[in-house]
Ligand binder design. Structure first.
Ligand code: ADP
Length: 429
């Protein structure tokens, strides 16, 4: 891999799953995209890419910390040539009056000298629309949606102009649907008017998918925007339609085969995963770990590694801790929920680490927390996003990993079709 040419779009995501969702959206829109875990080292070598999504965990931390981490991410992205940075937030605008959307936006705006920042969490295809500055989740306003009872960020006001004004030091106004519907020129004129009045950010309405395209065309001419994957899609389409990025087809982007041994690990106990494991039994050897033995000593890890070693040279294997809801409840009653979850996640990470050391280069992991534990353990700084195995689950090529070239698939519980493990192996060569 060579040090990359300039990237066209930089993104800072305030949580990991949101980052993956955005990276996947950008890839589907034709941008070669890397997702990094945290702010990368200055010398991280990237393949040729159009976009980088830096994943932070800054949605619900103290505002000052969110600001400093986001600024570091912004600096890194600008250093790699990103002329536009998208601060990626949740499509339900998860935040409190203390932040973190407003404080982070203010800091990034000051750093890049943007006049008016366009802000919208709208993504009509997923039911998030904004009208007259009010966010709707499906058919209901945000403050009537389940988000009103969110444990960390309860949302009691659907008017985002007001919500953002309470968090930001700058004045907030609106670009309404009537203006947007008149086209990009009308939006530019409205932003010039707002800028003249000293307004620092504007919520922009979007009700139909085509609205995102107009927003993208205008936003890409600016230095900074704030929004969810919807505005990411708009920006990606604008970069492609204006010729700033030559759309990469997924097939040409798959890269060289990695080869090496392949293994699947399942820590998810979701209904979908249990079915996928049952189906995998027909096509590969499956080892069911004994969760009680995991909780009482390290011998289960060694048993799994010995079992895998005997079989990996003949083909892929699957190692699962997954159990039915009744068995999960019983284990949790014996050991405590957190202790059981943690111990099993760390065992999965131990197994993954040893498998990679012994030559596994293609790794498929079922379970969100399980995937996080494994990726942390393998110290993988980032991923190039590839073809989609199932909705929301792409093939990931490790970037800058100590183990060298590697492919991963990280699936959260309910994702993927009944033959997910075979589907993934089919695309991971
Ligand atoms: P999902 O994406 O389905 O939520 P996660 O990996 O995020 O999957 O969460 C599953 C959790 O259940 C993890 O903490 C994992 O360690 C734990 N776990 C896995 N197997 C068992 C089991 N047999 N009994 C209890 N907990 C388990």
């Amino acid at each position: 891999m060579t040090l990359a040419a300039k990237i066209s779009l930089g993104c800072i995501a305030d949580d990991y799953t949101g980052a993956s969702d955005l990276a996947n959206t950008l890839t589907r829109a034709g941008l070669r995209t890397v997702q990094t875990i945290g702010v990368p080292a200055d010398d991280l070598k990237l393949p040729e890419v159009d976009a980088v999504v830096v994943s932070l965990k800054s949605r619900s931390i103290e505002a000052g910390l969110a600001v400093s981490r986001s600024r570091a991410a912004g600096k890194w992205l600008r250093g790699r040539g990103a002329s536009h940075v998208l601060f990626k937030i949740c499509s339900t605008f998860d935040s409190t009056d203390a932040g973190n959307i407003g404080p982070v936006m203010d800091a990034l705006r000051a750093d890049c000298g943007e006049a008016v920042v366009l802000v919208t969490p709208a993504f009509p295809e997923t039911g998030r629309t904004v009208y007259q500055g009010n966010l709707f989740v499906g058919a209901v306003p945000l403050n009537e949606s389940p988000l009103k009872d969110h444990p960390l960020n309860p949302m009691h006001d659907s008017n985002l102009v007001r919500v953002l004004a309470r968090q930001s030091k700058t004045q907030i106004d609106l670009v309404d649907l009537a203006t947007l519907t008149r086209g990009a020129e009308a939006v530019r004129a409205r932003l010039a008017e707002l800028s003249g009045k000293g307004i620092g950010a504007a919520i922009i309405d979007a009700v139909f998918d085509r609205d995102l395209e107009t927003i993208g065309l205008v936003a890409v001419e600016h230095r900074l925007s704030v929004g969810a994957s919807g505005i990411g899609l708009g920006l990606a389409r604008a970069l492609v339609s204006t010729g700033k990025v030559k759309s990469a087809t997924t097939s040409s982007d798959r890269g060289a085969a990695v080869g090496g041994q392949a293994a699947c690990l399942a820590g998810s106990c979701s209904q979908a995963t249990l079915q996928q494991i049952a189906n995998a039994e027909r096509v590969m050897p499956v080892l069911h770990l004994d969760p009680d033995r995991i909780l009482t000593g390290p011998s289960e890890t060694q048993r799994a590694l010995d079992w895998a070693k005997e079989r990996l040279s003949q083909g892929p294997v699957l190692i699962a801790s997954s159990a039915t809801p009744a068995d999960v409840a019983a284990l949790q009653a014996r050991h405590g929920r957190d202790a059981a979850g943690q111990a099993i996640e760390q065992t999965m990470a131990d197994i993954a680490e040893s498998l990679v050391k012994s030559g596994v280069r293609r790794l498929i992991i079922a379970g969100g927390e399980t995937s996080g534990a494994v990726v942390d353990r393998l110290r993988i700084p980032g991923f190039l996003v590839g073809a989609e195995i199932a909705a929301g689950v792409p093939v990931l090529r490790a970037v800058g990993a100590e183990a060298g070239d590697m492919l991963l698939a990280l699936k959260s519980g309910n994702f993927g079709g009944p033959e997910f493990f075979s589907d993934a192996l089919g695309l991971m060569r």
